[in-house]
Structures are given as C-alpha cells and as structure tokens.
Design a protein around this ligand. Structure first.
Ligand code: AGP
Length: 612
C-alpha cells in the first residue's frame, strides 16, 4: 500500500526520493507526490497516477533541496486525485506530512479543528493529522517535536508518517505505529522508507523503527523517543538485501524473474535446515518451543490471500505427518470472531510482507489469549516476525511482482519443513521415512527447474485461452489449495474471472457454468485422489468444457481426455503442491501479458496490505 520515502543530507533530495518512490511502486498505489525545501521554501508536487506522471509534471520546476520526502498513495479516504495525494499541509502551509495507514478518529478530530477555524483541502484523514499537530504546536508554545508527540497520543489507528517544517529545513520527523518504517543511516545523511528497497543503494546500515516510536532526524544527529517520552537507543543493523535483487535481471517482468527464481529460492529456504542423511530437520527459529510441540492440542493458521492458500497446504501436511489438528483461518474473519484460543494453542501466522494489518491484528488477539505465535514471513525485520514469539523466515528474497509466486512456494516449503519438524518432535514419522522424504525434498528445486521447461508449451496454451471470460480451477487433496492459488493468480493479473474449487464440489453448483466456452484447469497429478479427479474430468468433458490438465510425467489416462496437458515431474504427494503451482503461475503470466495487462502492478492491488 502507501509508500514513504524521506531524505535529509548533503545531496539533492529529488532524485533520491523519486527513485525511492519508483522502488516502492510494487507496493501498489494510485497517486504520488514529493515535497522539498529549498532556501526555506516548501515546494510540493503531487499528481494522481503513476510516479512517471509526477516526474513529467515536475519537470522544469524548482526541484532543489537537500531535504525532501515522497509518497505513493493507495486511496482509502477520498478518491485518487491530485488534491487527495500526499504531501498534505497545515492551515498555515509551513508543515507538511506524508502518511501510510489510517487515522481512525479523524472525523471527530476534524470536527473539533473546524470549530477552531481550520479548513481542509482534501478528503483525507492525513490532512487532519497535520492540522492537529499545528493546532497543538501553535496553542501550547512548545517545540514542533513535542507537538508531534502530543498529537500522536491523541490519534487512534495506524500510521507511518514523515513531517517537514518549511521554517526548519534541518529536520525531518518520522513516527510509526502499525505501519512499517526503516531509517537508513549514512555519513551526514539519513534515509527513511517504508521498506529497505529505496535505501539499499546508499547504505547497508538501517534502523527498524518500532511501534510508538518517533525519530527526530537532523543531518548528523538522530534521536528516537517513545510516545510516552522515554528516549530510546536505536539498534543499527546490517541489511542482507542486495541491489541486484531489485532489478529485473534481463527478464521482461519481475513476476517472470521471480517464477524462474524458484529453484534457487526454495533451495535458499531449505539451506541449513534439512539433513537428509540423518533424517533430521532443524528450525532454529522455533527450537525454543520444540518441547511444547510434543504436547500441543491444535494449531491455528492465520493468513490472507495467497498466504492463506499456503496455510491450507500446511494443514494437509501437518495433519498427515505430525498428526496435529490444524485449523486454517482468514485473519480478517478470525480477528472479529470470539474464537476459543487457549495457552496450549500454537498460532502460525503466514505473511510474505509481514505487514498485513488483519494478520497482525489476529496475532495480537491470539497473543492476548495466551497462544504461542510462530511467524512465517519473507521480509526480514518486518512487523510480524517482531510481534511473534518465534518463527521461520522463508528467505525467498525480495518479491517485487505484486502477485505472489516465489514467496508462495517458499511458504509452502517452510510449512513442509515445519510439518516434518513437528513429526520429528512427536515421533509420528520414523527416522527412515524422514530420511526418504528429506532426500526427495532436497531434489525438489531440480524438479522445479524441469517443470519450468514447459514454459514454451504453456505460452502456446495461453494463446488459446487469452480471451476467456471465466475459468475454473479444480483439484482434490492438496491439489485443492493449488487450484485456489491458480485461480487467484489468474484473476489478479489478467482480470479474468476465475474460481478454485475442490473438484468434487463441482457437482454442487459450478457444473452449471460448464459449456464449450469454459476452460477448466485440473490438478490431475498422480496422488491419492487421481482416479476421482479422472471422473471429474469426464464430467466436464461430457458437458463440452475445455480441459487443461496438470499431469505427472508419463501419465497416459488424463492425457487421453484432456484438451491440453502440461507435465510436471513425479514426486511424493507431499511435494506435489510445490511442483503443480509452477505451470499455473506461467499460465497466468502469459495470459496476462497477451491481454496487455500490467502483470507486475495489477490494478487496485497492493503488495503489502497495511490497512484492514
Ligand atoms: C498475492 O498474490 C496477493 N497479492 C495477496 O493475496 C497476498 O497474498 C495477501 O495480501 C497477503 O499478503 P501477505 O502474505 O503479505 O500477508
């Protein structure tokens, strides 16, 4: 969602902030803006649309200044428009703000401020916050820094903000609560951003601001305080991120690059964690809880979107191998129910970004009720790993394409490792079985490499279906979450309406949709429900549906029935989700490209959903 960039130092701020906003484009947005101070003049440029439109709009104007901040907005309060774009300014116009998050009590605050003579130029909650800060600042004869602290104590909701004061071009003020914020530490300069991607090319030293902290940044000085006024010692850490991870590396799109990276990302995810010869899994991040895992009654998995699909695969694997009952919950529903959670429960929260608002709220609720939280996250240092008791990083590397690909398969890999780890702790798998499974898992990256070789064929098949208006994805067992993920991918990036169903459920409704126009993608690999899936394929063929089947190499039966088939290497049932996902990602990708869609930044979507 919204992206934030800030700079204070000795270089020109405009190119740094502009490039930073481009790095953050992947988060999803609908408008952009930048503020700079040059010789005590605040210059603000903002535009609905892409960063490129802002760049064109600002060309030839005064873009000087060594202090600046920029924002990409994903509209919540007020339509995407120039006037609702950030930065917003105070009544007097000297203070400006950028904001990611939602100020929930903005309506009440706005009424009070209007009654005190304030008037507003936008529909946003953000503008209310900067007026509130100004109001406190002017009426209390205090420093701006203190006014910001007092104002933030009055607001409810989530925020990451940066504030500039035209009258003090030597200071940026930043604060966070519930929305991410990273500070890059340079020599005589500081960088601020929603994540490390705009910072990495300037410095590797970063500070992850914690919730309820405010940072006061001068060119050569940084002070961090909590909202309760207690001064904090910031912890500077080194980034593992490399600049080349943020480039397309010769691929046409980030999504394609990330699909092709999966043999490597899955290998990275397993590195140092599996010991096939010993039949052993080591998960350092949760080892403190190894004993607890022997006696837990239940696991609850909470997540959203693609991460929720990974959770469904995790349910199959953990129940199958560790024999622990698992419930998989949409975080957004779970947080607003009154679920029964006890201290014996383990909650696994899965999130690529580690910033998803609903998943974070679900964690907080489960924590309050005494559950142990394991976070499964891709972004190192994100909020979810920090609020979890323990966890396992997926180590897929930065995922820039909004539609999740390599992060999903890495999540599935971590859940596979967790299932085996729990089985090892509980003794539900013999050492010899574990040895066999881990030996096979170790070869999965090579098998994914083989699955990727069907790309050309998949492109040809995609050409046949690029004009489809609907599509069904059907699978059984762990093929069902794969079907759900295939459908989500297609609808996200190609805007074709697609639904995933357990194949047997087709008869209970979706079968009514099938005619010669309807493509039906079957996960028809050789697993325990193979024969049943064959019956479902026949039912579709009997109604003239177009069948595209994902089959195990060497398959003969499904090939006879399907209109098109794509082979994946043979593997044990545990690993089929990892392999069967690959052709579905490529199918969505090629269809979307052929339809002229922006595959890396699909309309309306955000990479990190930081509001509920
Ligand atoms: C993935 O392709 C989607 N864009 C989306 O469903 C995503 O998985 C969801 O928003 C959850 O995000 P998270 O993994 O960062 O929590």
């Amino acid at each position: 969602m919204c992206g934030i960039v800030g700079y204070i130092g000795y270089r020109e701020a405009w190119p740094i902030v502009l490039k930073g906003l481009k790095r953050l484009e992947y988060r999803g947005y609908d408008s952009a803006g930048i503020a700079l101070i040059d010789n005590e003049n605040l210059n603000i440029y903002k535009k609905a649309g892409k960063v490129k439109e802002l760049e064109d709009f600002a060309a030839g104007k005064n873009l000087s200044g060594t202090i600046g901040m920029g924002h990409t907005r994903w509209a919540t309060h007020g339509a995407p428009s120039d006037r609702n774009s950030h930065p917003h300014t105070s009544q007097k116009g000297n203070l400006s703000i950028i904001h990611n998050g939602i100020i929930e009590n903005y309506a009440t605050l706005k009424e009070e401020l209007i009654s005190r003579g304030h008037s507003f130029n936008s529909d946003t909650d953000t503008e209310v916050l900067i007026h509130l800060i100004e109001d406190i600042y002017q009426n209390n004869n205090i420093q701006l820094t203190e006014a910001v602290r007092l104002a933030l104590n009055e607001v409810t909701g989530a925020y990451a903000i940066v504030i500039m004061d035209e009258e003090n071009p030597n200071q940026l003020i930043a604060a966070r609560k519930g929305s991410p914020m990273v500070i890059g530490v340079g020599e005589g300069e500081y960088f601020i951003a929603s994540d490390a991607t705009p910072i990495v090319e300037y410095t590797k030293n970063v500070i992850y601001l914690n919730d309820n902290e405010i940072a006061f940044l001068k060119r050569d000085e940084l002070e961090v305080k909590r909202l309760d006024n207690v001064v904090q010692t910031p912890y500077v850490q080194e980034l593992e991120l490399k600049l080349e991870m943020l480039e397309k590396g010769g691929y046409e799109h980030f999504m394609l690059k990330e699909i092709y990276e999966q043999p490597r990302s899955i290998r990275d995810c397993m590195r140092g964690r599996i010991y096939p010869e010993e039949g052993k899994v080591q998960l350092g991040g949760i080892k403190e809880f190894a004993d607890k895992l022997k006696n837990i009654d239940r696991i609850i998995i909470v997540a959203c979107g693609t991460s929720w699909h990974a959770g469904l695969v995790g349910e199959y694997l953990i129940e199958e191998y560790a024999r622990i009952p698992v419930e998989v919950e949409y975080a957004s529903e779970f947080r607003y129910r009154n679920p029964i959670i006890t201290e014996k429960d383990v909650v696994i929260a899965i999130s690529q970004s580690g910033e998803t608002a609903d998943t974070m709220a679900a964690i907080e609720m489960a924590k309050e009720k005494g559950a142990t939280i394991f976070g499964v996250c891709n972004v190192v240092g994100a909020s979810i790993p920090r609020i979890s008791h323990a966890g396992v990083y997926t180590h897929a590397g930065p995922e820039i394409g909004v539609a999740s690909t390599k992060a999903f398969t890495a999540q599935v890999t971590v859940l596979t490792l967790m299932a085996f780890y729990m089985a090892q702790q509980k003794g539900t798998l013999s050492n010899s079985t574990l040895r066999e499974l881990l030996t096979e898992l170790d070869c999965i990256p090579d098998k994914i490499q083989v699955a990727l070789q069907s790309d050309k064929l998949i492109k040809e098949i995609s050409a046949k279906f690029k004009d489809a208006r609907n599509c069904l994805f059907l699978g059984r067992g762990s093929g069902f979450p794969v079907a759900l993920e295939g459908a989500l991918k297609l609808k996200e990036i190609s805007y074709i309406h697609a639904e995933g169903y357990p194949a047997a459920e087709m008869k209970h409704g979706p079968i009514a949709l099938i005619d010669e126009e309807m493509p039906v993608v079957f996960i028809a690999t050789k697993n325990s429900s193979y024969e049943k899936v064959i019956s479902n394929i026949q039912e579709v063929k009997a109604r003239k549906g177009q069948v595209i089947a994902i089959v195990t190499e060497g398959d003969t039966e499904v090939k006879k029935m399907a209109d098109y088939y794509i082979e994946i290497p043979d593997a044990s049932e545990a690993f089929l989700p990892l392999l069967a996902t690959i052709p579905l990602q490529l199918l969505s990708y090629h269809i979307a490209v052929m339809r002229g869609c922006n595959v890396d930044q699909p309309r309306n979507l955000a990479k990190s959903v930081t509001v509920e």
